[in-house]
Design a protein. Structure first.
Length: 394
C-alpha cells in the first residue's frame, strides 16, 4: 500500500523507529541509518541470543541497514544527498544537535521541499524543556499515567513495557500518513511533524482531565478498579487463575448479577443504576469476587460466556500465543532469519480487505545494505564505498 514511499530512519531506540517500522510493514522502503560504531543502541537492549538483540530483530523488520557517521561533514553531506531521494525522514536527536549538523528540518527542506520530517523527542521541539533528553519512562511519569496506576496503598506504577514509546509511535505513524496525503493530494510541500513522549499518552487520560477541570477531582490509585463503571476488576478463581471483567455497558453489568444468581441486585435501584452502582463499587466487587473465587477459571468463563458477560482470562505469554482466536488470526508469525534461524514476532496489526502487511525479513546486520543503497541511490562505486568505510564515514 505504501510502495513508492522511501523513509530514512535516522532515529534510535523505540518510538521513532517503530513509526518507521509500521510504514515498512505496508510497503515503504525504509532505510535505517546508523552510526558505524555500535549502531542503534537497541541492538544491545533487552534480551539477547548468541549476542543478537531480539528487540532489534523485531523493531527493524523490513528495513535496509546502512551506516553513516552524521557527526562528520562528509557523512552529513551524504545524508543530504540521500534526502534528495526520500519522502520521509525520521529522527529523534535533540533539536540543537541536528541543527549543528545541518540536518534539521529547515536544512533538509532546502535540499528537498517535498520531504516530510518526523521528529520525535522527549518533550517536544518547543518550550523550556525542549533540549532535555527524554525516554518513555519519563513520559509515563509526567503524563499522569503512573500516578493513577497501582494499588491504593502502593507507589505510582510504571508499565514493564514500552507504553509511552508505543503510543507515541502510533501517533507518529498516522501523522506521517496525513502529511503525505496533504502533500500529494493538495500539491503542497512536505512539513515538519513534532511528536513527543508525553502528549500522546496524556491524550488518552481524558477522564482524569475532565474530572479535574469540571469537578475539581484529583484521582487516587484504585488498583484495577476505575471510577466510571462497576464491576471492573480482576478476580481470582479457585484454581489460582485470574479473569478480568468490565461492566462498562449498563446492560452487561446487569447480566453479571443475573449470571451469578443475584437477580435481586439487577432489580435493586442502588445496583441497577450506573451511578448508584459506582457509589457501591466495593460491594459489587465483593459479590463478584466471592462468586468467582468458588469456581475454576473454566467454570466461571463458561457461565459468563453463556450469559454474554464481558469477561476474559488474564493470560501470561504461554497462554497468549496458544489462544485459539489469536492463532486463527495469525497474530504471531514465525519469520526465518540468517542469524537466529527463525523467530516468532507480532504480525502487522491493521487488516485490510485489499492488501496485507508483510514481514520480508527481520532486523539486518549493521551496514548490511551499504553497497546496495549507496550504489542504487547515489551511484557510488564499490571502491568509493569501501574507501568511505575504511575512513570511518560508513
Amino acid at each position: 500500500m505504501l510502495d513508492g514511499v522511501r523513509v530514512l530512519d535516522l532515529a534510535t531506540l523505540a518510538a521513532a523507529p517503530l513509526a518507521a517500522t509500521y510504514l515498512g510493514e505496508f510497503g515503504a522502503d525504509v532505510i535505517k541509518v546508523e552510526q558505524p560504531t555500535g549502531g542503534d543502541p537497541i541492538r544491545s537492549w533487552g534480551h539477547q541470543r548468541d549476542g543478537v538483540g531480539l528487540m532489534w530483530k523485531s523493531v527493524s523488520r523490513n528495513k535496509r541497514a546502512v551506516t553513516l557517521d552524521l557527526r562528520v561533514a562528509e557523512g552529513q553531506g551524504l545524508l543530504r544527498r540521500l534526502v534528495e531521494h526520500a519522502d520521509v525522514v525520521v529522527a529523534n536527536t535533540r533539536p540543537q544537535t541536528l541543527a549543528g549538523w545541518g540536518l534539521d528540518y529547515g536544512s533538509l527542506r532546502a535540499v528537498n521541499d517535498r520531504i516530510v520530517m518526523l521528529h520525535v523527542t522527549g518533550y517536544g521541539l518547543t518550550g523550556p524543556k525542549a533540549e532535555r533528553p527524554g525516554f518513555g519512562t519519563l513520559g509515563e511519569a509526567m503524563s499522569g499515567f503512573a500516578d493513577i496506576t497501582g494499588e491504593a496503598d502502593g507507589p505510582p506504577t510504571l508499565p514493564p513495557f514500552m507504553l509511552a514509546d508505543g503510543v507515541a509511535s502510533l501517533n507518529a505513524a498516522y501523522a506521517v500518513l496525513m502529511a503525505l496525503y496533504h502533500r500529494d493530494v493538495h500539491g503542497v510541500p512536505g512539513q515538519l511533524i513534532d511528536v513527543n513522549l508525553i502528549d500522546p499518552l496524556t491524550r488518552l487520560l481524558e477522564q482524569t482531565l475532565l474530572g479535574y477541570d469540571q469537578l475539581g477531582l484529583v484521582p487516587t490509585r484504585a488498583g484495577n478498579r476505575w471510577d466510571i463503571s462497576a464491576p471492573r476488576n480482576t478476580y481470582r478463581t479457585s484454581d489460582g487463575r485470574w479473569l478480568a471483567m468490565s461492566g462498562s455497558s449498563p446492560t452487561v453489568a446487569l447480566r453479571v448479577f443475573r449470571s451469578i444468581g443475584r437477580a435481586d441486585l439487577a432489580d435493586d435501584i442502588d445496583f441497577a443504576d450506573p451511578q448508584g452502582r459506582l457509589a457501591r463499587a466495593g460491594e459489587v466487587d465483593r459479590v463478584v469476587a466471592d462468586w468467582v473465587a468458588a469456581r475454576t477459571l473454566d467454570e466461571a468463563m463458561a457461565v459468563f460466556e453463556a450469559a454474554q458477560v464481558a469477561a476474559a482470562p488474564v493470560y501470561d505469554i504461554t497462554q497468549l500465543v496458544a489462544d485459539e482466536q489469536l492463532v486463527h488470526r495469525r497474530v504471531f508469525v514465525e519469520v526465518g532469519d540468517g542469524e537466529l534461524g527463525a523467530m516468532t514476532v507480532q504480525a502487522p496489526v491493521p487488516r485490510f480487505s485489499g492488501a496485507d502487511g508483510r514481514i520480508e525479513h527481520l532486523g539486518p546486520r549493521l551496514g548490511e545494505h551499504n553497497h546496495e543503497v549507496y550504489g542504487e541511490l547515489l551511484g557510488l562505486s564499490t571502491d568509493e564505498i569501501d574507501d568511505l568505510r575504511a575512513r570511518g564515514v560508513l
